[in-house]
Design a protein around this ligand. Sequence first.
Ligand code: NDP
Ligand code: 2IT
Length: 448
Amino acid sequence: MNVSAHIEAVYAEVQRRNPGEAEFHQAAAEVLESLAPALEQHPEYVESGILERLCEPERQLMFRVPWVDDQGAVRVNRGFRVEFNSALGPYKGGLRFHPSVNLGIVKFLGFEQIFKNALTGMGIGGGKGGSDFDPKGRSDAEIMRFCQSFMTELYRHLGEHTDVPAGDIGVGGREIGYLFGQYKRITNRYESGVLTGKPVGWGGSHARTEATGYGAVYFAQEMLATRGEDFDGRRVVVSGSGNVAVYAVEKVHALGGRVVACSDSTGYLVDEDGIDLELLKEVKEVRRARLSAYAEARPTARFSTRGTVYDLACDVALPCATQNELGREDAVALVKNGVRAVAEGANMPCTPEAVEVFREAGVLFGPGKAANAGGVATSGLEMRQNAARDTWSFEETESRLAQVMRDVHTECRATAEAYGTDADDYVLGANVAGFLKVAEAMQAQGVI
Ligand code: NDP
Ligand code: 2IT
């Protein structure tokens, strides 16, 4: 049997069936391209159509979200939830509120989530959702009314054993609170495990807020350790300044590194003394202001709207903003300036061309499926605490998160060695390791 021809045929069908969904095509291609060695060893997965089934979501929901703004005007947004794969457990994945959200983006994120969640080993399936709602400039009351309307439609598809959303871009503890309140009101059930990323104090897990950023840094630390290196004294650039970015900065500093830059969608901030974490949190989390407010408060820092953080010399780069933000030219600049490792805190921030540049230059590259798995893994820990009506300490939860990241790293390398030629090929390792877990479960559960 010709495995390559089979993979090409599946990919052609993905393109034909999902016209115009560029991000979904990209995410599917990246996984499919890795799977030939796994299929060579498992011809039964070709015969039972595992790839065809994996690329087609189990269920795709799109719905109207009407709400009333502070001026009394009626607004209409579109809501999405793609329940992609439940072979390993309930659908699990975040909700993104951003004007760019469309079905193709939700599908790419849901598809990635299948393999990421499998890698955590926690018994969670893959899904993703969101809306093209733009939270920027909206009052608390508007955010609440939007979340209530969104949940009024979505609640019927959720459940702690069915589908468990969490946060993503534009969705944090505040939004999860409003969503949970509406779910509880409609269902008359205090079903803690139906959403994760809840604030600590009423069902949220310690360390969930920090988990994605911390986890990405742990993953980078493991990659560096394979070459006898660590974060101590290292120069680091981070993109974004949201949830993932802020806690990546915090952990790099805790490990002795210095983050000299971060960004938002309007530009980037350079602070050669190292980003002042307290000021960053105050600007982003308390005031919910733009990043430029940091530079206004600290004259030694500069905010620039030309270029990107990747123009700066650094040892480690952590893209933590959004998909396809780091292209070929950025990768070339990073390599020229001596970058040693890149770990994706965001989902698919590096274009395929950029990843190729890193591969050719021998730069350690941790793909998002592995490097940012700490967020959803800690959501899994939140579900465990909710199911047991238990609360673990911050230290206990963080140490479990750190162990998951070490395990994911080890599994990626072992799989890359077993199915490829190079243990440093974390892309192959993550894709094949995630795929094998899902495929085995799908095979055992029959043609569903
Ligand atoms: P936030 O909303 O907290 O922050 C997003 C950050 O990225 C902001 O600084 C934002 O800038 C920037 N950004 C978003 N969209 C764009 C864009 N189109 N162009 C330029 N900059 C942009 O989100 P998170 O930190 O939670 O998420 C960041 C990334 O991490 C996403 O890719 C997400 O999918 C991924 N991720 C998140 C996890 C989580 O637990 N939260 C888990 C795993 C992955 P601005 O404010 O100007 O819009
Ligand atoms: O992309 C991701 O893994 C997330 N946004 C977190 C998902 C989750 O369910 O915690």
